[in-house]
Design a protein around this ligand. Sequence first.
Ligand code: MCN
Length: 782
Amino acid sequence: MSHYRLMGQFGIGQSVRRFEDARLVRGEGRFHDDVSLPGQAHAVFVRSIHAHARIRNFDAVDSSRAPGVLGVFTGADVAGLGTMKMTLKRRRPDGSPMFAPPHRGLTRDRVRYVGDPVAMVIAQTLAEAEDAAERLVIDYEPLPSVTATADAVGGPAVWDECPDNISNVHEVGDRAATDAAFAGAARVVRRRYVISRVHAQYMETRGALGVWDAGEQRYTLYADVQYPHRVRTALATNILNVPEHQIRVIAGDVGGGFGTKGWQYPEHRLVLWAARRLGRPVKWRCERREAIPADEHARDNVTDAELALDADGRFLALRVRTLANVGAYVSSDRNLLATFSNIATLVGVYTFPTAHVQVTSVLSNTNSTAPYRGAGRPEATYVIERLIDDAARELGLDAIDLRRRNLVPASAMPYRTATGVTYDCGDFSTQMEAALKLADVGGFAARRETARRRGRLRGLGVANAIERAAGPQPEFAEIRFSPGGTAMLFMGTKNQGQGHETTFKQILHERLGLDPGDVRYVDGDTDRVAFGMGSMGSRSTVIGGTAIWMAADKIIAKGRRIAAKMLEAAEADITFANGAFAVVGTDRTLPLKDVARAAFQPAALPKGLEPGLYETATFSPPSDTWPNGCHVCEVEIDPETGAVALVAYVIADDVGTVINPLTLKGQIHGGVAQGVGQALMEQIVYDPDSGQLLTGSFMDYAIPRADSLPEVVVESHPVPTKLNPLGAKGAGEAGTVGALPVVMIAVLDALAPLGVRQLDMPASPARVWSAIREAQRPGGRA
Ligand code: MCN
């Protein structure tokens, strides 16, 4: 197929179907558990059954003698391993440095959450390791525990060194100006919002295979991580204390990461340590029943929010106080990410003259919390959008009008928020009006009436979403041609299901006209890819994609010199378009593929030009992009059972230039599903007295299924950013950011006629049913 026929078919803006899917749907993907090496042993982790306990004694005699056992290791054995390090400079309320206790891999003397790893049992087979793990006798002395966010301060100390359980306090905004604005406000609305704790529930549970090569004196880790290079650096510098070149990290296909597979888990270092100790590869794979206790969790905030308005319903100030539950350990900056990522967009898409936000990170006897799709942004949007809706109801205003009255106009761009960030561009009004139209909000009253006649309560939710994406951290791309004229594309980002191969080949095609079939895509291997920060924060398209663009520009620059010689023209007269060089003003053209072949033939090159055609580029954006959009949904509630059905959902969104409308929709759909999941059914629950994890499996942790969602309609209204040559903004988290608030807003709208004013997520049938009964009780909440 010629380049000319291909142009436009695979370029930016085309709904190209994912190149990777054929392999994946045929079961030919290579996930971590598909990797097995000769002589590998199997590791099983023994985890705490208590929320908080002192370990009086380990008795490993029986376990060590079990058939096939190669070793039973405890914290004492791995004491030589380092820990992750914090770089954030946070403080406690008294000004002292923050209290951020790292996880040591295996806990030695005290366990601090159900699931805290205390021992590693390694045997010839997995079954033998599991049997031996059951024979390990651990004598625990249970201690009082605290798991609920609101109870953490003043609860039993998770660490004796930090009696009040306050890890740190973080503030943004102008306290004095905000206090003054509240003092002079015509109306003030106050609410408390509880954002539940959830688990990412990726399809592929975690795993790791550690290898020690004695000859090379080198570790290799196969694991499903989102940033292999940063995992390598962390292992080398913090944990194992070896040069980075002595570690190779390989992440093959990753069956979902969602932020939670971002960093360095204890199991990674432990399988490497064990592989060296035992002289054979050591593999661990996490069963689904182990995943919830073993993985980092997410969200889990209690927020008191206050909105000050003038007599015309204009926003004067926002005051937010959040308690963020960070769990028992704060091993790296990543464990605090959500606590500051949530701050910038608490003001949403609205003009606020001033704001003041204080986030207190509290320790508890729970798993660490970490980024999960949105990492603070869904929480922020939840708070501001629900507060606006509650304010409208309390003040007798129309919630849509109240939003309209306070939107940041497109003419105000770039707009500096009271929370200290700058939205570079965006047209929030266009998104909102488009979504309202798409959702036929005008026809809602009639639909509500029809539903009422069927005995259903119908509710409408509107929420404007904005999030920070693709912040200023570098990303890497390399385009490497072979002498035959085909190319390899090496990326520092790591695909976890987003469709990177397709997206990146489209960008490459747009710039160089390369047939995607002529390009092999590579990511996830620190030996093959020079550098990378990895995939999180909806950054890959914007930053990795721009790095491709820049590397492609270098290919064109060098190719032009070669083409000039081949076409016997002056370099200044050579143009490049549609995958071919041309002599300006003539019909003489030369495909890039031919130029690439010539690049490896010294005789074909201009004098002094180095042979070969391979270029790298590293892009670091000047600032964040601000994807935004408006979500509108409708729910119907059965008042007899409390069951909520999501019946309509539309989004108008702006992710800047859309690279692939098809995969973008897939991203938004997936993101919405995760927001809907949290709003309606998902929740990690601990028993308040014992600290036991009550939702340890899919028998008690509900996740959305296909029939939980209606058709989700997405309409893009791009406002390209000037912060990168693609004009693209991030998109991977956008769906979740809007979904979390809009569903709860719709639920509360449906319940409002019954007098229900307050309901925290998840809006499960039991909770909705109880809220209805409570409101209808004489003297109830209505
Ligand atoms: N896209 C586009 N045009 C844009 C931006 C994005 O067409 N302007 C499309 C592209 O197909 C691109 C995809 O959306 O490949 C995601 O792009 P981007 O916003 O760059 O996000 P990342 O690739 O950096 O992925 C990270 C993001 C995050 S932070 C989470 S969490 C998340 C998400 O992606 N985790 C996911 N989506 C996920 N999807 C899957 N299947 N699995 C996960 O673990």
